[in-house]
Design a binder for this molecule. Structure first.
Ligand code: ZN
Length: 391
């Protein structure tokens, strides 16, 4: 029921989006698009270097054993990790993940509060949708990672604002890279925030309408549906379930889609919202979700993973101020709605980071430095983010 509702809502939103895109093209000058995606495939010496491997690795916890599965050509390969031996992950995939982390992807209690203060440098990327090459080239160009794809952003924070999943062909690579960067950043005193988007939710909750054909093939080879590769008995499944939907860094509020008036009326905190998604929604059955009114609301068009209310002319400065003061923030940073470039709306109070990376051709990252915002382009330029007139 709710799925078909979301489906029809998506179509309506797509219509609104096309309208917004059409009108925004007339008032802004997006940077010149490159005609070809950057071919950075040969520059990953330590990461997924085995070209015969078409997908994986996926890690399953089966009968007290750690089982690694991947697809090589047309074949499924399956290995049980014995003792402390992670050589398959190192040799075949260049993944340097200690066995303790492979066995326990989440260390310590889950942080629902998600409040970070006094952070000087933040980079934000959103709606990557399987476009690993554009993701890595943007982060390399703007000195978040080096040519080996290792973290060089020191104590900076990288926010991945949802929707790694669906559409594109390199979702697994992205998940491993984000996991690895998370570990490296932590050691350097920095942080990676992977905030869940509606496409993470869809895959974990068995709505597979948008998965790339490659993943239909992989899951078929494993004799599973794609959702089962992210079930609770898997590495990715446990790791993804620990992720928040809302985060604040300094006076910046991050959420994948947006905050509605209805959300404010529900009187929820960030902590409570993250807890509800963790306990009642992500990877849970539709029966459970639909029997709970707050979970059902969270997945409606007014919920934080779907809301698209900021393009309506009727939304007043007052409403924006209400949202921001409710969360004690000055800026709302969102993805979810593709624009030709990163845009700053409503006198600079709302920043939309989804710059169409999903097409795999051009994209931007948001750079926050010394309380100022910049657009980092995939041509390597850094441009000051100016509020969009008329929005
Ligand atoms: Zn989205």
């Amino acid at each position: 029921m709710i799925k078909s509702f979301m489906h029809s809502s998506l179509r309506i939103f797509a219509g609104i989006l096309l309208f917004v895109l059409a009108s925004s093209f007339s008032i802004i000058n997006p940077p010149k698009k490159t005609t070809e995606p950057k071919n950075t495939g040969t520059q990953h010496p330590n990461f997924f270097r085995n070209k015969n491997i078409t997908d994986g690795p996926y890690i399953f916890y089966e009968n007290n054993k750690v089982v690694v599965k991947w697809i090589k050509g047309e074949h499924l390969i399956k290995k049980t990790l014995s003792g402390d031996n992670t050589k398959y992950l190192r040799k075949k995939f260049g993944l340097n993940v200690p066995i303790e982390n492979i066995k326990n992807p989440i260390s310590g209690p889950i942080n629902f509060v998600q409040q970070y203060k006094n952070i000087d440098n933040v980079v934000v990327i959103s709606d990557v949708h399987g476009q690993f090459d554009l993701f890595t080239s943007l982060l390399k160009d703007h000195k978040v990672i080096n040519a080996n794809l290792d973290w060089i952003f020191e104590t900076g924070h990288l926010v991945v604002l949802g929707d790694i999943f669906d559409r594109g062909p390199k979702v697994t690579e992205l998940l491993w890279l984000v996991y690895q960067l998370e570990q490296q950043a932590e050691k350097a005193g920095g942080k990676v925030h992977f905030i869940l988007g509606n496409h993470e939710l869809m895959v974990l909750n068995n709505d597979l309408r948008y998965i790339n054909e490659k993943y239909i093939h992989s899951s078929h080879k494993m004799n599973m549906v794609y959702t089962q590769l992210f079930a609770e008995n898997t590495f990715f499944g446990q790791w993804l379930r620990s992720k928040p939907v809302m985060v604040t860094i300094n006076d910046l509020l991050f959420v994948h889609a947006g905050i509605s008036d209805e959300f404010l009326s529900a009187g929820l905190t960030i902590e409570k919202t993250n807890q509800i998604f963790y306990e009642k929604i992500i990877g849970k059955s539709w029966d459970l979700i639909l029997n709970d009114s707050i979970s059902t609301f969270m997945l409606s068009e007014n919920g934080p993973l779907w809301h698209r209310g900021y393009f309506k002319e009727i939304i007043s400065d007052n409403e924006i101020s209400n949202i921001l003061s409710y969360f004690d923030s000055n800026y709302l940073i969102i993805g979810h709605t593709s624009m030709p470039n990163i845009m700053s709306l409503k006198s600079g109070k709302i920043i939309i980071v989804d710059s169409g990376i999903k097409e795999g051709i051009y994209g931007e990252i948001l750079i926050y430095k010394k309380n100022e915002f910049f657009r980092g382009t995939s041509n390597g330029m850094v441009l000051k983010l100016e509020p969009q007139a008329g929005y």
